[in-house]
Structures are given as C-alpha cells and as structure tokens.
Design a binder for this molecule. Sequence first.
Ligand code: AMP
Ligand code: GLY
Length: 422
Amino acid sequence: MKVLLLGSGGRESAIAWKLAQSPVLEHLYIAPGNAGTSAYGTNLAIKPTDFDAVASAVREHDIDLVIAGNEDPLVAGLREALAVSVPDVLVLGPGADGAALEGSKDFAKDFMGRHNIPTARHLTVTADTVAEGREFLRSLKAPYVLKADGLAAGKGVIIVNTLEEADATLDEMLAGQFGKASAKVVIEEFLSGIECSVFTIGDGKGRYHLLPVAKDYKRAYDADQGPNTGGMGSVTPVPFADDAFMAKVTERIIRPTIDGLISEGIDYRGFIFFGLINCGGDPYVIEYNVRMGDPETESVMTRISSDLLPVAAAAAAGDLADTELTIDPRTAVAVMAVSNGYPGDYTKGHVINGLDKAQGIVFHAGTAVDKDGKVVTAGGRVLATVALADSIPAAAAEAYKVLEGIEFEGKRSRSDIGKDLL
Ligand code: AMP
Ligand code: GLY
C-alpha cells in the first residue's frame, strides 16, 4: 500500500514511524514532513491545504491512502476535494461536516447538546448579542472561559478571573482579535479537574477502536506554570483513566458522539480526539479535535503493538469489522524540547547536535535541513524523545536521558513530565 501522510509536526513523525514498520507498506510519502520524517519515507514539498497539489501527488505516486495529520485541510474540505479529483483514493479523516466538531466550537457545543453529551454550560455570542453575553457572564462564577468559535492555531481560548476582564475580552474577540474565527465567541462555565486525551479511530458505520489514553502537559513551565503551549510532553496510560472512568467515557461520550454523527448523516471516518476533564470522577468534554493530539501521539504510537496501517486503511474504507488494535501495557513518556522563548518569540536555524548518537526514540517536530545538509531548528517545538518502560519514573528517566544527549542553542524542556501522576 502507498500512503501519503499530510503534516509536518511531531505527531506526523510518530505516525510515520509507526506506518514505516508495517509489512503492508510499499512506500510512505510525507507532505511536507520535516528533517526527521525522511527517515521513514519521502518528503514532498506540498502544503496540505493545497488540494490540487495533493491530488497531483496522489496521481503521480499512485497513492492508495491519504492520512490527514492536522485539522486544517479537513476543515477546509480535503475529503470532498479529493472525492472529485481522485475519487479512488482512500482518505482517513472526516469531511468538512464532521471536521466542524473542531472547526466550529459553536457547532461542537450544539452537537453535544443535541446528544446529551456532558460538557460545560455555554452561550454563543455575536456582535449583535453582546448584551446577552454580558448577562450570561454574570450568571457564571469566576474564572470565565471565552473561546473563539473557529480555528485560531490553538490560541483561541482565553480564561480570565474578573468580570471586567471577561467583558473586555468578549469585546476584543468580537472586534476581530482572532479575525473571522472570533466573529462568534463561545462563553463557557469553568470546569475544574484534571484533563486527559482520549482517541478513537472509527469507520463511519459505528465501529471504532480505542487508542491509548494520554495526558498532555500544556503549560510552558514546571508545575503547570506559564503560558499555554501546543504541549510540552505526554504520558500514557493515565492512572486516573481507570476501567470505571473509561466505562463512563464510553457510555456517556464516545458512543453518543459516534452514534450522533451517524444520526446526523455525517460519514465520519478517522480519528476523534476527545479532550476530557475529570470532574470528581465524571468525564466532561472540553473540546473535540478531528485528528490525533500533539504531543500525545508521540507517546501513544509507541504503545500500539499491532500494525496500524490495516486499521487506518479499513477505517478510511468504512469497514473496521475484521481489524484489531493491540496495546502494549507499558508506560510511555514523551518529552518535548522547545526553542527558548516558545510559545512567544524564539530564534530558528540552530544546528542540532547528537541526533546520530541518540539511543532511543526521537521524533522531529520543528526541524529542517539547512543548505549545508545540517539538521537545524525550524520551530518552537523542535523534537520529542520518547521511552517505554514499566513505570512513569522509569520511562521519564529514559526519555530525559536521551534528551540530554541532544543539544541545540536555546534548548529548553519541562523537567516534571509525569510527576503529577505519581
Ligand atoms: P482548548 O483550546 O479548547 O483545548 O482549550 C485550551 C485549554 O483551556 C484546555 O485544555 C483547558 O485546560 C482550558 N479550558 C477550556 N475550556 C475550559 C472550561 N470550560 N473549563 C476549564 N478549563 C477550560
Ligand atoms: N495536545 C493538544 C492538541 O493536540 O490539541
């Protein structure tokens, strides 16, 4: 099978690493990929949202399966575009209708309302209904959560402590703080608890496999201090996501979501990322994403012990019936090395040393090859090291040891990934 994977982050490196181990893979292409993904296949200099270029690559390389790593092309209608231009190719990822679960927070909240899926109380506000928004804010207790309706590169959620700040934030967002994405703002009740990321891969007919549950570390600094980032590390499994909790997740959240999509006529083939919060033992949905998480995928992929490619192809073909996914019971920890200054400003182009000697799994994220053929930093999140072991401390120790041997100017990481779960 010939596969084209769209994306360029640590998530795509981990998916590419996993697919490259498949005995049924003939060749893997990654578009655009990064300096590390060329170890698993051929990088193609194509933007995932350039559907004509994606279709040309499908024809030129005789691709059987396209896997969308990130949400942008899905929200923009990748599935629909390829169905017209290259109708025989299988696509893993929903059409624009299903991708609205991530592309529109207002749609996602209404969807959860229609299917009785537990989530924070909310009101969606536009410039015409600001007064109702202010009134709704006054019915809530601090802190206040305001979310841009549309995609805002992970930055569209603002949490403030006072009503004055909430009113001001609402005005700024509606005035275009996130462009068109915040023309609608979702105001939400604040939920307190510990978060985890649950992933399924489904075939649009109601069949799905559960992937390993992971926890992401979003804040930039140790002890969950500092600004939100794309994610500084991940751990799987998550001790509090035990059988009793996961039974509630399946019954109250996963099943109603998958059945709800079918009942609304949405043929959703692909990954669903349920961003959940555990409030006193009860799971609530914070958000849906229509792709895997990053950096959760970096740890999750190492725990899938069976071949992922037949499952991905079967989900895309709409028939998971005769597939299986087996999970390694051990613990995986992923630690992200970022550029100093991230998630604010940082410099790029620094040579990364020690990659050739690394004794362990290293997934590239923001890396590139410079004109001298050297691997250099090219983003905020640069690379992740991942280790599998019998416990969180053992896996973390190993991941940190591998990370120590890799150097670049401005390298920074959190030193406490996994500690909160002990
Ligand atoms: P999102 O971009 O939707 O993942 O939101 C970013 C982060 O904001 C989440 O991971 C949560 O930590 C936090 N968050 C979002 N919505 C809520 C909420 N209703 N209550 C508490 N925290 C929230
Ligand atoms: N790690 C969170 C996300 O991928 O959105």
